[in-house]
Design a binder for this molecule. Structure first.
Ligand SMILES: O=C(O)CCC(=O)C(=O)O
Ligand SMILES: [Fe+2]
Length: 183
């Protein structure tokens, strides 16, 4: 089944707070798109990479567990590693935070090996308006649950977007999972 798989309460609210605090200890940069071109009309977000923060092993361990279970139950992909760091993204309404329709499989040597995408909702749904993560497995668009700490996993070739945040700030954690080419 190639439809997205949701996992309620993958992280507790306290763990979401810890992840946001960790992200604040890492350098923050304006978003770059797959392929590294910078086009603010497609994405407006501030990014931090967890591998540039200290003491994030527990986050990677939890993500690996989530991937293992979801892949066994839903995808059955040949997955080998996290070849890129987990990324915390913040989308503030004040700067027009959003991410237009895209797929995560990119051109570069690493981005082309992305097979599964995992996104965790780090913000309380009351902290922002708009900012829906939408995924298009077929003609029907699916909205990811907004509950804080919930996770959604989907094949990285599926189109998805984050609608514009109109109030407050939405934060998310993204992990890509890599492996040999599809065949
Ligand atoms: O923030 C999100 O919910 C999605 C992030 C995303 O699509 C990406 O980083 O490729
Ligand atoms: Fe994406």
């Amino acid at each position: 089944m190639l439809t997205p798989k949701t996992v309620p309460a993958a992280f507790s609210p306290a763990e979401c707070d810890r992840i946001l605090a960790l992200a604040k200890t890492a350098p923050r940069r304006e978003a770059q798109l797959v392929g590294q071109q910078h086009d603010p009309s497609q994405r407006r977000a501030t990014l931090s990479w967890l591998d540039e923060a200290e003491e994030t092993g527990w986050v990677a361990d939890r993500l690996a567990d989530l991937v293992r279970v979801a892949n066994r139950e839903s995808f059955g992909f040949d997955l080998t590693e996290f070849a890129e760091s987990a990324q915390v993204a913040e989308y503030p309404a004040a700067t027009g935070g959003h991410f237009d329709w895209h797929a995560d499989i990119g051109e570069g040597p690493v981005a082309r090996r992305r097979k599964l995408t995992l996104v965790v909702q780090l913000s309380d749904p009351g902290a922002y308006a708009g900012g829906a993560l939408e995924i298009m497995p077929s003609a029907q668009v699916i909205a990811a649950p907004r509950e804080r700490g919930s996770a959604i996993l989907f094949p990285s070739f599926l189109l998805h977007r984050v609608t514009p945040v109109t109030e407050g700030t939405r934060a998310s954690l993204t992990q890509w999972v890599h492996g040999p080419a599809f065949r």
